[in-house]
Design a protein around this ligand. Structure first.
Ligand SMILES: Nc1ncnc2c1ncn2[C@@H]1O[C@H](COP(=O)(O)OP(=O)(O)OP(=O)(O)O)[C@@H](O)[C@H]1O
Ligand SMILES: [Mg+2]
Length: 364
């Protein structure tokens, strides 16, 4: 994937412009709060239509405007393609090669990117939602239907929780809970099965990268921590069976607390270094190595899936990692078009590198 041009109109604080990145390394350089991350966010939007900062569509539109548009010309699947996203209020219209698409998820079928931002640095230690977001987001990039599955699942959890609140007041409603359980078991088994399948491959690749970063001293293991005792080798039918047992076990607690305590939305990932839990024991450096390995593995999986390298977006992370990790990261993303933001120019090798300076939203 190569971004040939990127045009933005009323997007965040960026002044309307069209830029032409190079195939190698694009450095976006400027002081704090000038619009560096906004520019990266604009590129990322084309990988699936969502902000990596979790922003709503309306937040992407310049404060002074009613709508916004970003356009991209890119090379992918051995041809020149175009895509555009128009934002109006909280709605967006996505066009790929001038054809309006029913959902922004279609973007991920023709453009792929990996983003690495400071938020990811807390992936190991923070709460489980960030780790679920990581794995679910990575799967969405390869599987358009996964996003639909997730949104159906989350809606069903919301509906079941609403019913649980009602049961507290009207106990006779308890017998209707099984309708939601059946849906959650069916959808949850599909989600977990896809997660496990992705994880098996991610682990293989991340393990290799981690070995490289740690000079062969550390072995990285990723475990799926399930609220229903599901194991990484389980198939969809086995997962469904375990979910049913889990739902039954948690039923009284669910009614008491008015929330669903078992299922895909409660699961987590555990990272182990040489068999020791990283969440509790890993040093800052070890945590960064894990995240670097995961991100590089994510990129490698996308590369294999699309049979071409994804675009790599590095938001302010080079300043967060030491020299040897910087070199490891840059040498392992060499075949990818890369966008790097920072307050200083981090790349010494100027070959195939373009520097964009950004000042108060103006890209120079
Ligand atoms: N919808 C919007 N309209 C106008 N300005 C916005 C909008 N959204 C964000 N901004 C502003 O854009 C500015 C630049 O944000 P951005 O996150 O890109 O900064 P940055 O250059 O990455 O800075 P840092 O180095 O601190 O990460 C911020 O001051 C922010 O308030
Ligand atoms: Mg920033």
């Amino acid at each position: 994937m190569i971004v040939k041009s990127l045009e933005f109109t009323s997007f965040r604080n960026l002044q309307d412009n069209k830029i032409y990145p190079v195939e190698g390394v694009n450095v976006i350089y400027g002081d704090n709060a000038q619009g560096k991350t906004n520019l990266l966010e604009a590129v990322w939007m084309f990988s699936g239509g969502h902000s990596f900062r979790g922003a709503k569509e309306s937040e992407l539109i310049n404060f002074e405007s009613k709508n916004s548009e970003i356009k991209m010309e890119f090379f992918s699947q051995e041809r020149e393609q175009t895509a555009s996203i128009k934002f109006t209020g909280n709605k967006k219209e996505v066009r790929i090669n001038d054809v309006v698409k029913p959902s922004s998820a279609y973007l991920s079928q023709c453009f792929s990117a990996v983003v690495f931002s400071p938020e990811h640095l807390s992936l190991v230690k923070n709460g489980p939602s960030l780790r679920r977001k990581f794995i679910d987001g990575a799967i969405c990039q390869q599987d358009v239907k996964f996003a639909v599955l997730l949104s159906k699942y989350n809606r069903t959890v919301f509906q079941r929780n609403a019913l649980l609140k009602e049961i507290y007041k009207h106990p006779e409603l308890e017998e209707t809970i099984c309708i939601w359980d059946d849906s959650l078991i069916m959808l949850g088994a599909k989600i977990i099965s896809k997660r496990l399948c992705y994880l098996r491959k991610l682990q293989e690749s991340a393990q290799e990268f981690h070995k490289g970063i740690s000079n062969g001293k550390e072995e990285l293991l990723i475990e799926y921590v399930s609220s229903a005792g599901i194991e990484i080798s389980d198939n969809e039918a086995e997962i469904a069976e375990k979910l049913r047992v889990g739902f039954e076990k948690c039923k009284r607690e669910d009614i008491k607390l008015s929330c669903t305590n078992c299922g895909a939305h409660r699961d987590d990932l555990d990272f182990l270094i040489n068999g020791i839990k990283a969440k509790t024991f890993a040093s800052q450096g070890q945590q960064r190595s894990i995240i670097l390995s995961l991100k590089l593995a994510e990129a490698q999986m996308l590369w294999k899936y699309f049979d071409e390298p994804p675009v790599v977006l590095l938001d302010d992370v080079l300043s967060e990692i030491d020299r040897s990790r910087q070199e490891f990261l840059l040498s392992n993303t060499k075949g990818c078009q890369t966008f790097i933001t920072g307050c200083e120019v981090p790349v010494e090798n100027k070959e195939n590198t373009k520097i964009f300076t950004i000042r108060m939203g103006e890209v120079i």
